[in-house]
Design a protein around this ligand. Structure first.
Ligand code: AHR
Length: 336
């Protein structure tokens, strides 16, 4: 009986040791997967939901490709959603990412406002949001980890400064027509603001017409046709918030019987290949760079966050400006 009791005690003790060892290993694993601020470790494979604006421009196509391939090349799983330039589609996509319990959400908002509720839902679910390309106009910046993208106000200033310098010595009023991007979007609001800020110091530069072309070639052409119909030969300059609309407008100007690049100066933004082709052909004067190829930088930031690093709230992409006389030489080197 005493021998049996001894054997029972031994078995009980061994079982207890095994249970305690299992508990301690489970705890360690829990800490690793919730490691850092973001709840994972840098070597973890992450599930990343990417809600993209749409496919409205050459720029957007290059941006989608850059972000998608950077995520998958780094070994993470991608869930992609194209909003087709509609805010309601983006809200649905983000809710679906939350329901699928993704590890992180990458989000380029179509417009600046109206996303507060859904971003709060993501925060409550513990899912970090990375804003890319376009910012939101929301006070509570705890709703996203960081914003990675261009300084659109500065792009507007660059376009205006180029124009002022190019037109130096020209007497009299200079009439500008403006093709704005998507109404309510960060690049449309900011590129307008930066351009007007410089123009305010030069009262002979007058914006005589300004309308949205929604960042597309087709809309850019259509709106330029209307500008030509009302103001025709009076137009000296076109300032277009992106190259695609400028390219559409160039077509309209040619069909109207004027020479784009000569009779009407053409300023675009993005620096896509199509703009370099137009500049090399003498039909466009300048394009301000807006770099869409930040996919690899974005993935580094996401991984840094999950490794516990604190990121700056705004990370800007370095950009330049390119003129007609550089186009032929640079065209073969352009990556988007
Ligand atoms: O948000 C970036 C802008 O969106 C690009 O300048 C434009 O081409 C795109 O559609």
């Amino acid at each position: 009986m005493a021998r049996q009791l001894k054997k029972f005690r031994l078995v009980f003790l061994m079982s207890l040791i095994l249970v305690l060892a299992a508990c301690s290993s489970a705890n360690t694993e829990g800490n690793e997967s919730s490691g850092g601020e973001g709840g994972g470790s840098s070597s973890d494979k992450l599930v990343i939901g990417f809600s993209q604006v749409g496919a409205e421009s050459e720029w957007r196509t290059a941006n989608t490709k850059s972000v998608k391939s950077a995520i998958t090349d780094a070994g993470h799983e991608l869930k992609f959603s194209d909003a087709q330039q509609k805010q309601e589609n983006q809200i649905k996509a983000i809710r679906s990412f939350i329901a699928q319990k993704v590890d992180a959400i990458v989000f380029s908002p179509v417009v600046e406002t109206g996303f507060e509720t859904v971003l709060k839902e993501a925060k409550d679910a513990g899912i970090p949001v990375f804003l890319v390309d376009r910012a939101v106009d929301i006070e509570d910046d705890s709703l996203w980890v960081t914003f990675l993208g261009s300084d659109f106000v500065e792009e507007g200033r660059k376009a205006a400064n180029w124009l002022v310098e190019d037109m130096e010595g020209v007497e009299g009023d200079i009439n500008i027509v403006e093709l704005q991007g998507t109404v309510g979007s960060a690049p449309a609001i900011d590129r307008k603001e930066g351009f007007e800020e410089v123009m305010a110091e030069h009262p002979n530069f007058r914006i005589i017409k300004s309308q949205s072309g929604d960042f597309t070639r087709a809309k850019g052409k259509e709106v330029m046709e209307a500008f030509l119909k009302s103001d025709g030969e009076n137009i000296d300059v076109l300032y277009s918030h992106n190259d695609d609309m400028a390219i559409g407008a160039i077509q309209a100007i040619e069909e109207y019987g004027l020479k784009p690049g000569e009779d009407i100066k053409i300023i675009g933004v993005d620096a896509v290949k199509g703009a370099f082709e137009a500049m090399a052909a003498g039909k466009m004067n300048v394009t301000v760079e807006c770099n869409p190829l930040f996919g690899p930088q974005l993935v580094e930031l996401i991984e840094a966050h999950f490794a516990g690093e604190t990121l700056d709230k705004r990370i800007s992409v370095e950009e330049g400006i390119y003129t007609m006389d550089q186009a032929e030489e640079l065209l073969p080197t352009r990556k988007y």
